[in-house]
Design a binder for this molecule. Structure first.
Ligand code: SF4
Length: 207
């Protein structure tokens, strides 16, 4: 899908990381276009079709990050691994700003990252290589089966010798899901190795 130094991009903006382990940190988001995963609850459905979005030179994306000087740059989507991230990551190296990836893990890893957040989906399980190397496992919870899936994914990470002592474990209630909130709270209270992830940027009304 990527062509040399060009990537299909939906949007790029400077905000805070709203969810997960790095919540509250200054971050530039590079939201790449294209996703075939098809989650019914997806809040970025406009990203699904790559071809409705422009091809942007990698240098332009790097310049956005350079000007903002954030604490970290988050490469997200859509599903960012549906494009080859090698040239983008290489071009970001001179900035010495940590590169974070947010992925469902359905496509092969490309590029090099200081932090990988794997958000696997029950209906499209991730590639084993992502389970083996992720730093953060973040599972969206709508119903009890999602907790079973979260536990299974965490066990697989441990068994595959993921980054010692294994990834940070997060459950995140699905948007507008009272059942998801109840299940995630109960899970964290009774499984202290897990933490709650909340979409704080939505409370704040920011991107
Ligand atoms: S993987 Fe992410 S972008 Fe793709 S459909 Fe699911 S929630 Fe939406």
């Amino acid at each position: 899908m990527s062509k040399g130094g060009l990537l299909r991009v939906m949007e790029q903006f400077h905000s805070i990381q709203g969810e997960g382990v790095h919540t509250g940190r200054s971050a530039v988001f590079l939201r790449l276009a294209g996703c075939s995963v098809g989650c019914p609850w997806c809040d970025t459905k406009a990203s699904w079709s790559a071809h409705g979005h422009p091809l942007v030179p990698v240098e332009h994306l790097v310049e956005t990050v350079r000007q903002a000087q954030p604490a970290l740059v988050v490469i997200t989507g859509g599903e960012p691994l549906q494009q080859d991230l090698t040239s983008l990551c290489e071009a970001l190296v001179p900035l010495a700003i940590p590169r974070h990836l947010e992925t469902s893990g359905v496509a092969p890893l490309s590029g090099a990252f200081e932090w990988i957040t794997l958000s696997p989906k029950r209906h499209r399980p991730p590639q084993p290589a992502l389970l083996a190397c992720c730093h953060e496992l973040k599972v969206v919870i709508h119903e009890p089966a999602d907790l079973d899936f979260a536990m299974a994914m965490a066990a697989t990470c441990q068994a595959m010798g993921s980054s010692s002592p294994g990834p940070q474990l997060c459950v995140q209630p699905g948007a507008d899901s009272p059942t998801g909130i109840h299940l995630a709270l109960h899970h964290v209270k009774h499984h202290p190795q897990w933490r709650l992830s909340l979409q704080t940027h939505k409370w704040l009304g920011v991107q």
